[in-house]
Write a protein that binds this ligand. Structure first.
Ligand SMILES: *[C@@H]1O[C@H](CO)[C@@H](O)[C@H](O)[C@H]1NC(C)=O
Ligand SMILES: *[C@@H]1O[C@H](CO)[C@@H](O)[C@H](O)[C@H]1NC(C)=O
Length: 316
């Protein structure tokens, strides 16, 4: 019909450009349709694995691990994000982890979880990723992790404990890896949450290196968000996270570039180096909400929206 001819004509006209699917901002959050996977490997803490696999999988698909906040589940978080539709558009595999009991926080405090193959939640999550890579012939060089709040803390823990597994991480309102250590499983560290844990970049880096002793390879790129009126996880968390990853990457820890209103309104992006960005939310409490487009751009799965040709179907 008329519109399909028009689409074909426009497609020919724009061939050679990356064809834009609808912009992420135009997508509606998707209703939950995750699939639970029962036997994904060693799972010492009894966490749960869910996947979302798009109809059209890329040949060697990237794998994105997504981690919910306390009081959330995999499917409630999935349903509130646009990751499902974006997986359909870009062909990557989504893995959503879930804590053993609904509404629990991730274990970011025990020595097991803070140790490579140590037997905590981090071990189970690593095995989910390995399972997904194998099952879907995934690209082991394009594995990413993101999460909000407790899931943001766990994002930093996964980057620190399994640096060989992830190429990049994006966390929304968390804490530096190791800051929440109490020695107990799913402990609450009120000093860390209260912003009273203050370490130098070298001290943070040493703590991270101890989580995977002997590892000398690269660490994932890190993107850290925090709101400046966060009353749950003190705003000092932002600077402590920046210090931790500056210590890991050997950056001076001062922003090389500051971009206002980026990636969106009331957000300021600080670029510390190619591998580290901090995004400060003005007037944001707990949490700065997930920005799927920006996370997938940071992961290299998406081109920046500004680089993509947008078509206007309704305008002729
Ligand atoms: C974080 O560090 C920056 C730059 O060193 C400083 O201006 C800012 O006040 C610090 N923020 C907090 C919450 O301490
Ligand atoms: C999310 O990030 C994209 C760029 O990656 C930006 O265009 C968009 O405005 C951001 N959304 C919000 C709500 O900040």
């Amino acid at each position: 019909m008329r519109s399909s001819n028009l689409v074909a004509g426009l497609a020919a006209l724009f061939s050679g450009f990356a064809m834009a699917a609808p912009a992420a901002d135009q997508l509606e959050p998707r209703a939950g349709s995750l699939t639970q996977v029962q036997d994904f490997g060693k799972n010492p803490s009894g966490i749960k694995m869910f996947t979302y696999v798009p109809a059209k999988l890329a040949a060697k698909p990237p794998v994105v691990l997504v981690l919910h906040a306390c009081a959330w589940t995999a499917s409630s978080f999935f349903g509130s994000t646009k990751y499902g539709q974006m997986a359909e558009q870009h062909g990557f595999v989504l893995v959503f982890g879930q804590t053993p009991k609904d509404g629990e926080c991730w274990d970011v405090s025990s020595d097991q979880t803070l140790t490579h193959e140590g037997g905590g939640d981090s071990t189970g999550l690593a095995n989910m990723v390995r399972y997904a890579l194998k099952k879907y012939n995934g690209d082991a060089t394009r594995v990413f992790v993101t999460g909000e709040s407790s899931g943001a803390m766990m994002t930093q823990v996964m980057a620190a404990v399994y640096p060989d597994m992830f190429a990049a991480a994006s966390e929304f309102s968390g804490e530096p890896a190791g800051c929440f250590r109490t020695g107990s499983v799913r402990g609450w560290n009120s000093q860390c949450a209260g912003g009273q844990v203050n370490k130098s970049p070298a001290e943070w880096a040493a703590q991270v290196h101890k989580m995977y002793p002997g590892y000398t390879g690269a660490y994932p790129k890190m993107q850290v968000y925090h709101g400046d009126v966060d009353k749950t996880l003190n705003i000092n968390s932002f600077n402590e996270s920046i210090k931790e990853w500056s210590g890991i990457f050997g950056y001076p820890g001062t922003a090389k570039q500051t971009i206002n209103n980026s990636p969106g309104a009331r957000l300021t992006k600080y670029i510390y180096g190619d591998r580290l960005q901090g995004i400060w939310g003005h007037g944001f409490g707990h949490v700065v909400p997930t920005n799927e487009t920006e996370a997938l751009t940071w992961f290299g799965i998406l081109w920046h929206a500004g680089h993509v040709v947008k078509l206007c179907f309704g305008c002729i």
